[in-house]
Design a protein around this ligand. Structure first.
Ligand SMILES: O=P(O)(O)OC[C@H]1O[C@H](OP(=O)(O)OP(=O)(O)O)[C@H](O)[C@@H]1O
Ligand code: HPA
Length: 183
């Protein structure tokens, strides 16, 4: 039987593997400058941010620690439920720490706005956000994001950590999922 290729389920490739690599290098240089002399704590938001976190962290040449938070608001569909649930909390105490939240995507902004409020109450010295992708047209709340990779159209995208129904996270590029897959 012929093996199916997950990239066949995309209508368009929006951001290629090479473009992601170049952008993360550019953002890393900015982050290195901004955090010079500070010990930064990267907080990856599971599961989507796994790829960004792994590649961004390896681009950075400053001392850093990594921690993970798992939250979920999407369930199995393509629309945010708006209800954020903690599935795994941080191990680190944020008191006095310089926190950089690492996200794959800001869509409605609901996840990040909830996270920022949650982290603000934990006594961090500073909290900033780095997101590979952002959908300006989908914003339901404004979230301040200091480091943004790419602004993209309001389509459901997959790849490079982003899933539909837990699949497609392993695509190297980011692309628009063909509607026939989820319609
Ligand atoms: O701006 P928003 O509309 O809140 O969407 C962004 C969030 O949605 C995705 O996570 P999801 O809840 O799908 O979990 P996952 O990372 O495990 O896929 C993504 O990783 C962000 O955390
Ligand atoms: O476009 C998206 N794709 C996958 N996961 C997501 N979570 C928020 N937006 C998206």
């Amino acid at each position: 039987m012929e093996q199916s290729d997950i990239s066949d389920d995309l209508t368009t490739i929006l951001v290629t593997e090479q473009e992601i690599r170049d952008k993360l290098a550019e953002l890393a240089r900015q982050i290195e400058t901004d955090y010079a002399g500070k010990d930064v704590l990267l907080v990856g938001v599971l599961k989507g941010a796994v790829m960004v976190m792994a590649d961004l962290a390896r681009e950075l040449r400053i001392p850093l620690s990594m921690d993970w938070m798992a939250v979920s608001s999407y369930g199995a569909g393509t629309k945010s439920s708006g209800v954020v649930q903690i599935r795994k909390d941080l191990d680190a105490d944020l008191t006095g720490r310089h926190v950089l939240i690492v996200e794959d995507i800001i869509d409605s902004g609901l996840t990040l706005s909830w996270l920022l409020e949650n982290f603000a109450s934990r006594g961090a010295a500073s909290i900033e956000v780095c997101a590979l992708l952002r959908k300006p047209e989908a914003a339901k709340v404004h979230v301040e994001c200091k480091y943004v990779g790419f602004d993209i159209p309001n389509d459901f995208v997959v790849g490079y950590g982003l899933d539909f129904d837990e699949k497609y996270r392993n695509l190297r590029d980011v692309g628009v999922l063909a509607p026939h897959v989820y319609a």
